[in-house]
Structures are given as structure tokens and as C-alpha cells.
Design a protein. Sequence first.
Length: 325
Amino acid sequence: MTGLPITGKVDKKTVAKMKSPRCGFQDVLRPSQRPGEINTNPKDVQLKPLSNVFKWPNNQVTWKVMGYTRQLGGASQRRSFINAFKKWSDVANINIREVGGGDADILIDYKRRDHYDGSPFDGRGRTLAHAFFPGSHDISGDTHFDDDEQWTLGTKEGTNLEIVAAHEFGHALGLGHSSNSKALMAPYYQGYDPDYKLLYDDIYRMTSLYGGRAATRPTSLPRVTTRRPRVTTRRPRVTTKRPSTKPSICDLKFDSLFMNGDDRRIYAFRYRKIYRFESDQNGIERSFTKVSRKVLTPRVPINTGAAVVDRYRRLYVFKGKLYIY
Ligand SMILES: [Zn+2]
Ligand SMILES: [Zn+2]
């Protein structure tokens, strides 16, 4: 989750990461516990990894602000929350509505230290905020900001309220943390970016829960799809050159494509070869490299027909009628 090299030692980098500002939601959701037994403590919220159990029914959710911080004007905070929700509702098919009076699903509030929901805040720094998964419990969806933080808008000073809100609302709508350190749903605060965006990873995961918005889909797709060869009326040039053997991302056909459970990266099989996709700074896979068979556990046989990773991130590969994992 942190992107730190695994050294097995509590080194300087590890300590620095432990001290850096982050979300209070747990990083690894344990697979053993059933969704029905949801605990109100975000650290104990239980979910089968990669399963889509926690979401708001009928793709409808309401929100309400219970209290504002005195550090910023109320109107600018409310505007930030509207903007933050809009990041998600722009891409996913979910209707998010603010309500003035009465009850709402997502109650937004500022808290300090122990506020009796099982996850005390810790003063300035470290934990910035937390939120609870969707569900039928009173606290489901509720989002708390640590009022001991310095909340700001439009400046590098302090912690940007809107960016943290967009991250927390991701949880309130049903997403866990992302292991992609550039994703909005990565556990650590990445600093102020006036032009912060959802990463493809965030969009993909939220649309897996609620479906996509048809109108916005084309803009959220990776740009490689627009680079298809143009249809022209010109006759193809006659060439004696043999076609390049170097595969291009646009024309290569793979036998199978899957996300590996260990490193959460996309791999492809093609005959005897294995390719691993490389993502750019936006998390979009635009290129790939051939990798050794040793990178995958278990070692896969050659000429594998298909592969799939299950919700427990176990890899199954199929060859003829047999499969291994
Ligand atoms: Zn979080
Ligand atoms: Zn709380």
C-alpha cells in the first residue's frame, strides 16, 4: 500500500511514511469475516477483497452536513463537499443528493480525539479523516474530519479539505484503499493539487460498483483507444518489408489478460510469452514488456489458454481441461 521497498526492517523511509498524514480507514480488508457482521469501527470493517458487497441500494444516496469547522467559511466547505461528490457522480451511475433536514445516509462532521465510534483521532498530523462503508447501520456512510488538522482550500498550506473529502466519500460510497499510490483512494495524502483528478483505477473501481455514466465514458477511457489507425481511402502502400515483429499495443492479440493478485498489475499471455503492462502517471496501461515466467506464482505452464484471478487474488491458469493455481 505504501509503495515502500520490502526490506523487513524499520528503516528511515518506513518511519517517515508512518509519520506522514493519511486516512484512518484500514488498508487491508480481511477476507475471513462476513459482510453481515459489519463492525462500526472502520479498522474492523470487513469485506471480501474485490467483492462488491458494500454499496448503496438503488444507486441512491443522500448526505447532510452536521457541523462545519470554524477554520473555514461554511459556504466554501459545503461547496467543497459538492465538488468532491461530483468527482464520483460524474463517472459512476450514482445519484448523490444533499438534504437540508431529516435523516441522510452520509452524515458529515468534524470530530476531535475520541468521539466514540471506535476510531479516535490523534491530534494534528497522521490520521486526517475517516469514513464508514455503505450499509444499514446508523453510522454507515458517515464521514468524519479531524478538527485538529489545519483544513484549507486553495493553498499548499495545511491539508486540502476537498481532496480529503473526495477520498473519504470514496469509502462512504463503498471503495477500500487502492495500492496504486497515485490513486485518489491511496491511503496517504498526496499533497495539494488544484487540479486533482480521479485516476483510472478509482474510476474503474467505482464504476464496478455502480456502473458508469454513459455520457462520460469516452473521456474516462484510456487515450490509446483514440489512437486507432485512421480509415483512409488511400490504397495501402505495397511494401516488401516484412511486418515488424515488435508487437504494438494496438494490434497485438493476446490469449488472455488478467490482473495478478500479488502485484495487482495487468499481465497477458500470448503463446509461450508473458507480458506485463506498464502504467503511466495516470495509472493507464499504455505499454508492456515481456517478462520471465518466474514473475508469476505459481509458475505457469507454456501455451496457457486462459487465466483468471479470483476474489481472494488466487491465480488460476487453464491449459486444456486442467487448471492450476
Ligand atoms: Zn482512506
Ligand atoms: Zn469518527
